[in-house]
Design a protein around this ligand. Structure first.
Ligand code: NAD
Ligand code: ZN
Length: 401
């Protein structure tokens, strides 16, 4: 029985509109004079790289730009970033972008310090110690990677996603400036925003910390539901209910952008301590099969998974239904599960997230292999408040088809 819990996040968090203007001084304070900015071509063209490099240069920090990032990042992007950092003798890495670029920077930081190959560090708590100085600046509101302990990568040769999970991957500091997300197109706003909701819901409904089924001798960063994760996740769900539709419909709605920026960071703080579960276990094989963006897969699965786990979490389901629905008080009985799941489905429909697996090209014949793969992700399945059998995964997949 686990009776204690702990909480880890980025070393420091700077949040707010125009917060990015402080980045030069903050980098100088950490003693770095040469930074490699890890980003992608879209963000160069959107002018976001200039928004970050100007205050750095003004503070006397020299900046090299690596723009080789790409969505659902392939291993070679990490290797290229490592080579670029060595070439320019960088003293810190600055990951600028959505989860993809931030995760490239995180994985590169591990190898720059500890050597070897990226895949050597796949898994939970394999990274042996502190990593290269890491600064993270999100330009989407979704993954929370700026505060989390994960880097999610794609081994394109094996056709499989994998993660590096370690508290050493937490940023020295993160700058969350909602204004950097204004140029996100609606589809990216929707996919990343619903990912944040899935983080918050999975953390809020996770197995209790006291009951977390950790096998003897295993170490993990996920600990099950605990009071601090709960507070953060609940607030994130409320903010997403208020802001996500507005941010998708009008990207210039700055209050909505700010609400989503805060929500995704709070959800990242919550899930990177409490955990994510069945939604994320199912998203791995979906991504391997039809290459949907991470957020699209998570949003699609979320209501189906809530119908499975909900009966073990009636109180939380009632609260989710209140926060995402009409705001009216919902009693924690069986109907709460359906109200909460339906509220997520309605949100998905309103922001253009596909509602069924067939809508993203999945065939019935692929379900069994997807269930097999998801069933291997035990590290996160054990975070579910209801134990998950292979047949349960098959049933969820069939319902979602
Ligand atoms: N590390 C973690 O804790 C964690 C958590 C969840 C998901 N992930 C991973 O993060 C990745 C998804 O990240 P994401 O949803 O943030 O999307 P993303 O980083 O893949 O970006 C999607 C696209 O949006 C563009 N984009 C990003 N910001 C923009 C902006 N402000 N203006 C214009 N275009 C912009 C990018 O250039 C890219 O083409 C997946 O690989 C997923 O597995 C990581
Ligand atoms: Zn996610």
């Amino acid at each position: 029985m686990r009776t204690t819990w702990n909480f880890n996040t980025a070393g420091q968090l700077v949040f707010g509109r125009n917060a990015i203007e402080q980045i030069g001084d903050r980098v100088r304070q950490m003693g770095a004079r040469r930074v490699l900015l890890v980003t992608d071509q879209t963000l160069v063209e959107a002018g976001l790289v200039d928004r970050v490099s100007t205050p750095l240069s003004d503070a006397g920090v020299s900046v090299e730009v690596f723009a080789g990032g790409s969505p659902e990042p392939p291993l070679h992007a990490v290797n290229d970033a490592i080579a670029a950092a060595r070439d320019c003798h960088a003293e810190a890495l600055l990951g600028l972008g959505g989860g993809s670029n931030m995760d490239i920077a995180k994985a590169a930081a591990v190898v720059l310090t500890h050597g070897g190959a990226v895949k050597d560090y796949a898994g939970d708590q394999v990274v042996p110690g502190p990593v290269f100085p890491l600064i993270l600046v999100p330009t989407t509101s979704g993954t929370g990677s700026e505060v989390t302990a994960a880097a999610v990568l794609n081994d394109t040769e094996q056709g499989a996603k994998f993660s590096i999970l370690s508290n050493h991957l937490r940023a020295r500091f993160a700058v969350v400036d909602p204004l950097l997300t204004v140029s996100c197109p609606p589809a990216v706003t929707a996919a990343s925003g619903i990912d944040a909701l899935s983080h918050a819901v999975e953390a809020y409904t996770a197995v209790d910390n006291e009951a977390f089924p950790l096998p003897a001798g295993e170490v993990t960063i996920y600990q099950g539901r605990h009071p601090l994760g709960d507070v953060l996740a609940e607030r994130a769900i409320g903010l997403i209910g208020e802001s996500l539709r507005r941010a998708v419909n009008d990207g210039d709605d700055l209050d909505a952008r700010e609400g989503m920026a805060l929500a995704s960071t709070l959800a990242g703080m919550a899930f990177s301590n409490s955990g994510v579960a069945v939604v994320h276990a199912l998203e791995y094989p979906l991504n391997d099969t039809v290459h949907t963006p991470h957020g699209v897969g998570c949003g699609l699965f979320l209501p189906y998974v809530m119908r499975f786990t909900g009966p073990a979490r009636p109180q939380q389901m009632a609260r989710i239904a209140e926060l995402l629905g009409s705001g009216e008080v919902v009693s924690p009985d069986d109907s709460a599960v359906e109200l909460a799941a339906a509220a997520v489905e309605k949100l998905n429909a309103d922001i253009g997230i596909p509602l069924r697996l067939r809508d993203v090209g999945v065939q019935e014949t692929q379900l069994s292999a997807m269930a097999d793969k998801a069933f291997t992700v035990k590290r996160i399945l054990r975070v579910s408040p209801r134990s998950v059998a292979h047949e349960d995964l098959q049933a969820i997949l069939r319902a979602a088809l």
